[in-house]
Design a binder for this molecule. Structure first.
Ligand SMILES: [Mn+2]
Length: 240
């Protein structure tokens, strides 16, 4: 029995050299979880079966940022501008989405996470915004990741609006992909001024299930709204 919720954060992968190769998450993920009242654990991707065993230890799940989702998972070939992909990670995280929905485990998906979630539920992605969307904003910001650089408009009557209590919110932006065709059971609840979908909610579960294209974990220490988003996610895990 533990007092603070255990938050599983999906790991990315880096290889510096043959001595340093393995699981990676940016420190802002685990720092923000601690700041907002949770205990972070990092989930390496091994196989869907092993991941399910890890998830049984978790009260909530963060799908973290990272590589592009392999377009084969949404029935497309790679296009110009597609970045590095790791299909093994995609497969594991798709199984995490299914597990979270089946067991109503609260889930916060961030950046790649919103894209992965959309693909897992039957949607498609814009493989590269700059080469696909004319008059797009600068979604790969040149500013530091803890700086907010563009606005999003938040839909009223959404859980995200309930959290923020504001319909225009400043966000950071570190993505070159975005949702194209929205999955049937997802609702777009925030958009940038160029029409890019910046947040979605799953409409068929009562547990916390929000996905954002920006990086709240990197804003949480300085931005009260983003701290509230992560705090409410972590607080929601104690209701189950
Ligand atoms: Mn953006």
């Amino acid at each position: 029995m533990h007092n603070k919720p255990i938050i599983g954060i999906t790991g990315a992968y880096v290889k510096h050299n043959s001595y340093m190769e393995g699981v990676y998450v940016h420190q802002d993920y685990h720092k923000s979880v601690i700041l907002c009242g949770g205990i972070p654990i990092i989930l390496p991707y091994v196989s869907p079966e092993i991941t399910i065993e890890m998830l049984k230890l978790c009260d909530g799940i963060i799908l973290s940022g990272g590589e592009d989702v392999d377009p084969k998972f949404y029935g497309q070939d790679p296009r110009i501008g597609l970045g590095h992909t790791i299909p093994e990670r995609d497969q594991v995280e798709i199984s995490i989405v299914n597990y979270a929905l089946k067991h109503q485990v609260p889930l916060l998906a961030i950046c790649r996470g919103v894209q992965l979630l959309n693909v897992a539920l039957g949607g498609t992605l814009i493989q590269d915004i700059p080469s696909t969307v004319s008059k797009a904003l600068q979604h790969s910001q040149t500013a530091e990741r803890n700086r907010d650089t563009h606005w999003v408009t938040v839909e009223k009557n959404s859980k995200l609006y309930e959290i923020f209590q504001e319909d225009r919110v400043r966000v950071n932006s570190l993505h070159h992909q975005a949702i194209d065709v929205l999955a049937p059971d997802l609702r777009a609840v925030a958009k940038a001024s160029d029409g890019i979908i910046e947040a979605v909610e799953y409409t068929k579960v009562s547990s916390f299930f929000i996905a954002v294209q920006w990086h709240p974990e990197s804003l949480a220490s300085t931005n009260p709204l983003m701290r509230r988003l992560i705090s409410q996610f972590i607080a929601s895990t104690q209701k189950i």
